[in-house]
Every structure is written in structure tokens, then in C-alpha cells.
Design a protein around this ligand. Structure first.
Ligand SMILES: Nc1ncnc2c1ncn2[C@@H]1O[C@H](COP(=O)(O)OP(=O)(O)OP(=O)(O)O)[C@@H](O)[C@H]1O
Ligand SMILES: [Mg+2]
Length: 324
């Protein structure tokens, strides 16, 4: 079982229109609405690969209800906890007559009270106890303490041998590392912001930053580098995954697909061991899913057959010795 945590989920609303003209009324051709937020994307990708997946976090109001009701359609078990505040929405505007990325409006999310957070923390161990892997993704809503992922990592440790994977940035990432998660997955910006690593060329900066997060307490670090692939720094060695760029798709949520792939490989593996088939196999599978998610137009949606084709073409190189 993979349990995907999203403390600040969203209803994703996508507007399709020809192009944005500021200060004018615009005709929308099509509107699409679906459950969203980083952990929900992780859950959706893992479920589409056939995994047994539950999603939890904080959801409230009418949007919270719609979000929870929408999970079943993706074969995701709803384990969300209710809160008073209204779940946020994220508006994406896709300009069909223009090249380039969508315009995204990201709301901060509802304020969470101390009592609501305490209730979630009290309920969480029962959920984590049934999981092989717990993923924790995204920003924290106002009112949730910066140490939230550290708290949930410790809570997971107290009830199970589940793998913990954390995908966030800033102070939440630094504090989470100190609780000893099995894996953290920052992108390059998140890594550099959290560690201040700034010396040398790109690979050396990334290796230094990843080592800094391991020094804080994360067992393994996978740094995603957008179209340039990723770097894994683990207790078993260091690897560089590279592949061709996918052009014309939507890279938003590729990191979530990468996390889903890493979670799939971690599921069912013994505590402290390598992922199924080793790190190289895990990186290939996860990178294939990430590339397939770029190809798909909306975040968290992948074609598993395309992902397998991409995975077969991922180049993995071990980074040896003092090459850092
Ligand atoms: N344009 C692209 N072409 C091919 N692969 C890509 C592209 N963009 C991203 N990827 C793949 O997806 C992985 C994750 O991407 P990225 O580093 O952009 O994650 P991210 O910034 O965390 O994204 P998000 O938070 O939106 O999910 C990369 O390691 C890479 O394998
Ligand atoms: Mg990300």
C-alpha cells in the first residue's frame, strides 16, 4: 500500500482558451476540473500503474468534498481528514493558440487550526500502520507547523517499517530531513535554496547539496533536474540518470510522477534495503514515468505503456570515487 499525503490539496481547474489578452473579457472554450495537489498527483500516477493507493491530508468545504468524491474515479482510497476551511483551487490557463507553458494561479490554501492539525496527527498513525510507503508532498497550508513532515515521519516510524519519501522545499524540507526519511526529492531550485550549495559546476553543486541533506538526516536524496534528468545520492552509491527532453508537453507534475515511480520501487522492500532491482532500476522506472507525465497534458496523468518505453531508454551512469 502506498499512502500519499497532501496537506494542502486543491481542486485543479483548467481553462482552455485561444490566448490571454489582459484587460479584456475572454471566451473560454473548455473547462476541466479534477482533484489536484502534489500528493494527489503521486497517488494518481501510482494507481494508474496498478498500485493499491490511499490519499490523505486535510480537505474542507464544498471543494474538499468534491476533491474527496473525485478520488474514487482514479481508484484512490479517500483517507482525507475534514477541516473547517475551504480547500483551495488552482487555476491553470492553457492558451491553445500559443506555444509555452500554462499560466497558473496558486492560492495559499485555507488556514488550519491547531485543533485540526492535532486531530490529523492523532489519526495519522492508524493510516501509516497499513502502508509500505508513505509519500509526503507539497507546501504546507497556513497554520500547519513547518515541522509537519518531520512529525509525520516520526509518527510513521513509531508504527511501521514503511518507507518515507518527502517532496517539499524550504524549512519544511530541512526539518523533515532531521527526522530521517528514507528519501527526499527536491528539484534543483529547492535543493539550492535549502542548502545554499553554490560552488562549482552544476553536477558538483547538486552532489554537494544532496550530501548536505544527507548530513541533516535523509538516508537518500534524488535531485530532479527537469529535462536534464536526475541525480541520486544514496547509502549504496551515487547515480546520474539522463534522457532526451520531451518537448511540447506539460512538465508540471513531472516531479510528482518521479516520486510515484520511486514509491512503486520502494514498496514491499525490506527496511534499510535498496529499492526493488536496485537504484538504477528504480531511477529508470521513475524517470520513464516522469517523461510520460510530461507527454500527458495534465499533471498526474501517465500512459503506463509510454512510461515503459521511455524507461527502456534512460541512461544511468554510476558516479564513482572522488568525482564530486
Ligand atoms: N521537458 C522534460 N523532458 C523530459 N523529461 C522531463 C522534462 N521535465 C521533467 N522531466 C523529468 O521529470 C523529472 C522531474 O522533473 P522536475 O525536475 O521538473 O520536477 P519538479 O520541479 O519537482 O516538478 P513538479 O513539482 O511540477 O512535479 C526530471 O527528473 C526528468 O526526469
Ligand atoms: Mg516538485
Amino acid at each position: 500500500v502506498i499512502l500519499a499525503v497532501t496537506l494542502n490539496p486543491a481542486i485543479d481547474v483548467t481553462y482552455y482558451l485561444d490566448r490571454i489578452v489582459r484587460h479584456s473579457g475572454l471566451r473560454v472554450d473548455r473547462v476541466l476540473e479534477r482533484p489536484g495537489g502534489k500528493g494527489v498527483n503521486v497517488a494518481r500516477v501510482a494507481a494508474s500503474c496498478g498500485a493499491d493507493v490511499g490519499a490523505t491530508g486535510l480537505a474542507g468545504g464544498h471543494r474538499g468534498e468534491r476533491l474527496r468524491a473525485g478520488l474514487a474515479g482514479y481508484r484512490i482510497r479517500d483517507e482525507f481528514c475534514p477541516i473547517e476551511g475551504e480547500t483551495r483551487q488552482t487555476v491553470n490557463i492553457v492558451e491553445t493558440g500559443q506555444a509555452g507553458l500554462p499560466t497558473e494561479l496558486r492560492e495559499p490554501g485555507p488556514a488550519v487550526t491547531q485543533a485540526e492539525w492535532d486531530r490529523f496527527v492523532a489519526r495519522f498513525p492508524a493510516l501509516a500502520a497499513g502502508a509500505d510507503v508513505v509519500t509526503m508532498s507539497g507546501s504546507l497550508p497556513p497554520g500547519v507547523p513547518a515541522g509537519a513532515y518531520a512529525t509525520l515521519t516520526a509518527a510513521t516510524r513509531s508504527v511501521s517499517t514503511a518507507r518515507v519519501i518527502v517532496d517539499t522545499g524550504g524549512e519544511a524540507l530541512r526539518l523533515a530531513c532531521a527526522a530521517g526519511p528514507d528519501l527526499v526529492k527536491p528539484n534543483e531550485d529547492e535543493l539550492l535554496a535549502a542548502t545554499g550549495a553554490s560552488k562549482g559546476d552544476r553536477l558538483h553543486r547538486v552532489l554537494d547539496g544532496a550530501s548536505a541533506l544527507r548530513d541533516l538526516g535523509a538516508a537518500a536524496v534524488v535531485v530532479s533536474l527537469g529535462r536534464s534528468g536526475s541525480v541520486a545520492v544514496t547509502p549504496d552509491g551515487r547515480w546520474r540518470a539522463s534522457h532526451d527532453a520531451v518537448t511540447g508537453g506539460n512538465p508540471v507534475g513531472a516531479g510528482d510522477a518521479l516520486v510515484a515511480g520511486l514509491a512503486l520501487s520502494a514498496a514491499g522492500q525490506p527496511m534499510g534495503g535498496q529499492p526493488a532491482g536496485g537504484w538504477a532500476a528504480a531511477l529508470s522506472r521513475a524517470s520513464g514515468l516522469a517523461m510520460a507525465s510530461v507527454l500527458a497534458t495534465s499533471a498526474g496523468e501517465v500512459d503506463p505503456a509510454a512510461a515503459e518505453r521511455f524507461a527502456a531508454g534512460i541512461r544511468i551512469r554510476e558516479i564513482r570515487g572522488r568525482d564530486r
